[in-house]
Design a binder for this molecule. Structure first.
Ligand SMILES: [Zn+2]
Length: 380
């Protein structure tokens, strides 16, 4: 997305707020988070890994949740969030802004470390880094990187508003060797907090009207649809700190439990692991344990030269991050098998010696799936 799109949106929102008083920051925040939400919901392919919003793990969370808190620390609501997490026995991640670190907040940082949470980088001043020069981006990442370095090994970075370009992503990933961390669920607390729990449509149109005054219900609806994942909060808001215990209760009541970003069984791709998946070569079913409730089989369909991991399917297949799949028949229409979709990220199947790209019809079986075709990787 271009810089112009974001600044134009910010200007439009600023005008919309003009009657109630508008700050550039408020408008920019609303525009940027709305755009991030579009990106998240469209779930559009991020073949180059340049998104600051989309996470490589997008499903298969097994009802596990990682809570993340951005924009702190401060000396009031951050400690209250820490109190809640301690009482609940939950470890979370705090994406801090370096310019908030001073003599009065330093003890709060120490508490984050001492209580077993992850301290992570959210840049120095919370600028929209997709609109800054690369030297500014470098400086903004570096200043907070050095603060964290003194306390914990820095590992995770989150772009303010999730706003990234391929160039800024490369600074974070290649120069600082940090993991770019988006989210799966936006609590919208940045929208609810300023009006004490009411999120107006003018600020965040994505929230359904029935949830405009119920941040907990809005958060839970998204948690259910994703099956867990990374949830975005901001510990600098008193409203968030006050609402947190109730939201944690709701999550537990619906069978969700808590983990942290470095849990490779829930977020393998985020952490650079590539567990077995559809299309990978295999010697037996043990090589095709996908996790997240989807375990594959090692199969050698007729005409294939190399066994590979697949799943029997009717209409639908599970996706994992950028490795999207499609249900086709490899036996002339008797049954369905999940195969990889051809993508830029797998060189249109060239990344696999045992596959070739073909356009195939979906195997529908007895499912409600609609007829469609896709370019997929089939055995050569
Ligand atoms: Zn932020």
């Amino acid at each position: 997305m271009g810089n112009r799109t974001r600044s134009t949106l910010a200007t439009a929102l600023c005008l919309a707020f003009a009657t109630t008083g508008c700050s550039d920051h408020e408008a920019e925040e609303a525009a940027a988070f709305s755009e991030a939400f579009d990106e998240l919901e469209e779930g559009k392919a991020d073949d180059n890994g340049c998104s600051g919003v989309l996470t490589p793990d997008r499903s298969g969370f097994n009802r596990k949740i990682a809570l993340t808190f951005d924009d702190g620390p401060n000396t009031t609501s951050t400690p209250q969030v820490l109190d809640t997490l301690a009482a609940e026995g939950i470890k979370a991640t705090f994406f801090i802004n370096g310019n908030r670190v001073n003599d009065s907040t330093r003890p709060v940082l120490q508490r984050i470390i001492d209580e077993g949470h992850i301290l992570a980088n959210h840049s120095h001043q919370h600028k929209n880094l997709s609109q800054q020069s690369l030297s500014t981006v470098r400086d903004q990442v570096d200043r907070t990187h050095r603060i964290i370095e003194g306390l914990q090994t820095p590992k995770y970075f989150r772009f303010p508003y999730g706003a990234s370009t391929c160039n800024t992503a490369s600074v974070v990933r290649d120069e600082f060797e940090q993991i770019i961390t988006g989210w799966n669920v936006d609590s919208g607390d940045w929208c609810y907090a300023p009006d004490n729990g009411h999120c107006p449509a003018s600020r965040f149109r994505h929230v359904p009207d029935s949830f405009r005054s119920d941040m907990g219900a809005w958060t839970m609806q998204q948690v259910r649809s994703k099956g867990g994942g990374i949830v975005l909060f901001h510990d600098i808001h008193q409203f968030t700190a006050d609402a947190l215990p109730g939201i944690i209760d709701s999550m537990r009541a619906e069978g969700y439990s808590f983990t942290n970003l470095d849990d490779t069984s829930v977020f393998p791709l985020l952490n650079g692991e590539t567990p077995p998946w559809v299309g990978h070569t295999c010697d037996g079913d043990d090589d095709c344990v996908f996790g997240g409730g989807h375990d594959g089989v090692c199969a050698l369909p007729e005409g294939a030269s190399t066994p590979f991991c697949t799943l029997e399917c009717e209409g639908f297949c599970p996706d994992r991050g950028t490795e999207t799949t499609f249900c086709v028949s490899l036996d002339g229409g008797d049954s369905g098998a999940c195969v990889l979709q051809a993508k830029a990220s797998n060189g249109n199947c060239d990344a696999y010696d045992h596959f070739v790209m073909e356009e195939r019809e979906r195997y529908i079986g007895n499912s409600s799936a609609s007829a469609s075709t896709a370019r997929v990787c089939v055995p050569r």
